[in-house]
Write a new protein. Structure first.
Length: 335
């Protein structure tokens, strides 16, 4: 779920409450190459104004034209674009892509308030639409649950599907948390040090003073979770790594130079971690983009996290034996 989709719902609610007619359009299915994934949202107002997107632009233009010419559905209906190669080209769908949309009128928008309130509390919420009646119900969502379209219903999950546990509440963590929030991660920051948690004030994050290993166990981190240890303090970073590397987390990384990372891996092997578990550690953390400042290092870390999340090969890493520890060491003390 993209945070832009929540913005679409918020704007849709405001339009309806201002007395305008509006229709919610959802990408239901795609074949071949498509610009937007299933579940992507667009809201169309009665005068042709839109928020959100379902394609690269040409499909939106056609939807606007339909409304302006009086095609205004009063119950959920399906629209398919790109059935032929010529039509795909006309609507800007690449590689012969085909797009199926569900268009539904917005009348009672109270469910939007409830959904926005629950997602603001970091809940996963599933919206189920009865395609025959248009009735909307909200249910608890499950982490990792995909958009679903059956013969009589459409179900979409809203909320932070991806989580990031950041160990350390220093300057780098602050920038990292802000960027991760913008990328739709639920961000939990853990730092038991008194002098750090008293000054943490990043809106939208959850802060905990518990010990890092306790945080991992309590949160029950899953395959949609990432752990980033950036205190530069082995007493804290190693604690979280001992538990995180045994968990199903898709990413575990720790700040430190190449030499420090090698020493850390040897320390971890002294505990109940096997070679395969220790090998999961991403360190030195981040992609090699010549990072120097906290913001640049945060970009480097998040780029690596996203690459791993998306199953992309990590090509932008320094080869073994290469230099480049300056960027890691330059942030010592600001973790």
């Amino acid at each position: 779920m993209d945070s832009l989709d929540l913005q679409v719902l918020e704007q849709a609610r405001d339009w309806v409450r201002a007395g305008r007619r509006a229709w919610l359009v959802t990408v239901a299915e795609t074949w071949g190459s498509a610009p937007r994934p299933p579940g992507a949202l667009l809201c169309l107002r009665d005068d042709g104004l839109v928020v959100g997107s379902v394609s690269g632009g040409c499909v939106e233009d056609d939807l606007i034209d339909r409304v302006r010419h009086g095609e205004r559905v009063d119950r959920p209906s399906t629209i398919v674009y790109g059935v032929s190669k010529e039509e795909a080209a006309r609507f800007g769908l690449p590689c012969g892509g085909t797009l199926r949309l569900v268009q539904e009128p917005l009348v009672d928008v109270s469910w939007i308030d409830a959904l926005l309130e629950r997602t603001a509390r970091h809940e996963l919420v599933a919206r189920r639409v009865d395609l025959a009646s248009g009735a909307v119900t909200l249910e608890s969502g499950r982490r990792g649950e995909a958009f679903e379209l059956t013969g009589d219903a459409m179900r979409q999950v809203f909320g932070p599907r991806w989580r990031m546990l950041v160990i350390g509440a220093g300057q780098l963590s602050r920038v990292l948390a802000e960027m991760a929030l913008a990328l739709d991660f639920e961000v939990i920051v853990c730092d038991p040090r008194e002098e750090y948690h008293l000054t943490w004030d990043v809106p939208g994050t959850t802060f905990t003073k518990e010990m890092p290993d306790d945080a991992v166990l309590r949160l029950e981190l899953d395959a949609h979770s990432a752990v980033v240890a950036v205190t530069h303090d082995p007493k804290l970073d190693d604690m979280v790594l001992l538990e995180a590397l045994k968990s199903p987390c898709f990413y575990v990384g720790a700040l430190g130079s190449r030499a420090n990372t090698a020493q850390r891996k040897e320390r971890l092997k002294l505990f109940d971690l096997g070679d395969a578990e220790v090998a999961r550690l991403h360190g030195p953390i981040g992609l090699d983009i010549g990072s120097r400042t906290p913001a640049e290092i945060a970009v480097s870390i998040l780029a690596e996290v996203i690459a791993v999340k998306n199953g992309v090969a990590l090509r932008q890493k320094k080869p073994t034996g290469a230099g480049g520890e300056a960027s890691e060491c330059a942030v010592a003390g600001i973790g």
